[in-house]
Design a protein around this ligand. Structure first.
Ligand SMILES: [Zn+2]
Length: 324
């Protein structure tokens, strides 16, 4: 009998181990670091790192608002478990800053039927990704169900005052900046990241992001009465960090524009003003890990040409003429 027990135990170990190693495989090694929770105000936390971008957690009267949802089901479950440690209230609202999978796809683990708020262009980009299928596609049953179309929208959700800003396309065409005026906290999405060089912001040319719009976003965020910025990746930022990034990037863009005026080619400009590598940034080619919904069935990740660099994107915009 004890032999049977041992056998059963052994079998259970094999089954559990097997499940772990399968999910381990699906996540791709190395596993992401666990999420670090930082209290910013008694009712506002940052869920830093883990699988995907940073999240902001706002505790309302009866429920919880989460800004950005991590990349994978496992990553989002980790986030939800961390939230459960700080409040018994359920997550009722998600606000998504842009359409990249590392901020969207974890929604698959969020409760069904919650409010999901984005800019309308984010929703369009998610629908396009869904139609294209592949492993990076967002969860089909967690598409945005409330969109904003304005440059500024004020709202109160569950007793929490929020201002949503779409200053201009920057990282993508559907960037949304979330501002909590009472707490003086801004969620920047990937318009601001702390794991890249100050003069090398991440602009998705293929999602109609804009280097010019990026500068407008930074100016807009700097003008808000805020003292903490929850960035898309890496550490929290201060207004001084944003000012430094705006100055460095503006200077670099001006140099690109000056070289265009001198008749330099893109290749010459790239040599003169090389893009700094983005240490710690998720590899663009890395497929969203397997916990993510395999919505369209596994097409081989995101194929296609490599995304444009900052210099290439700025060059495209500047040479397109005086597009203002
Ligand atoms: Zn991101």
């Amino acid at each position: 009998m004890s032999h049977t027990k041992t056998l059963c135990f052994g079998l259970a170990v094999v089954v559990v181990y097997g499940a772990l190693s399968i999910s381990g495989l699906a996540q791709q090694a190395p596993a992401p670091p666990p999420i670090t929770m930082k209290m910013l105000k008694p009712d506002v936390w940052a869920g830093m790192g883990g699988a995907g971008g940073n999240s902001t957690i706002i505790i309302g009267k009866t429920g919880v608002i989460v800004v950005d949802a991590k990349q994978t089901e496992a990553g989002a479950k980790d986030l939800l478990a961390q939230i459960a440690k700080i409040t018994p209230k359920p997550v009722t609202t998600a606000i998504i800053t842009h359409s990249d999978g590392d901020h969207v796809n974890g929604l698959v683990a969020f409760p069904q039927g919650i409010k999901i708020i984005t800019h309308e262009n984010n929703k369009k980009e998610q629908e396009a990704a869904l139609a294209a299928g592949g492993r990076g596609a967002p969860p089909r049953d967690r598409l945005p169900n409330q969109v904003t179309t304005k440059t500024k929208e004020s709202m109160t959700i569950d007793g929490v005052k929020l201002e949503l800003y779409h200053f201009a396309p920057a990282h993508t065409s559907g960037d949304l900046v979330v501002y909590l005026p009472a707490q003086k906290i801004v969620s920047t999405g990937d318009v601001v990241t702390m794991n890249r060089a100050d003069d090398n912001p991440n602009i998705h040319f293929e999602k109609n992001g804009s280097t010019e719009g990026w500068m407008a976003n930074l100016k807009g965020m700097i003008a808000l009465n805020a003292d903490t910025y929850v960035t898309g990746h890496g550490d929290l930022a201060t207004r001084a960090d944003l000012q430094r990034k705006l100055a460095a990037t503006t200077q670099r863009r001006n140099k690109i524009a000056a070289m265009v005026k001198e008749g330099k080619t893109l290749e010459q400009i790239k040599v003169a003003l090389p893009d700094a590598p983005a240490p710690g940034a998720p590899t663009r080619g890395a497929a969203p890990a397997g916990g993510a919904p395999a919505a369209g069935g596994g097409g081989g990740g995101r194929g296609g040409p490599a995304p444009l660099t900052y210099v290439e994107t700025a060059y495209q915009e500047i040479t397109k003429g005086s597009k203002k």
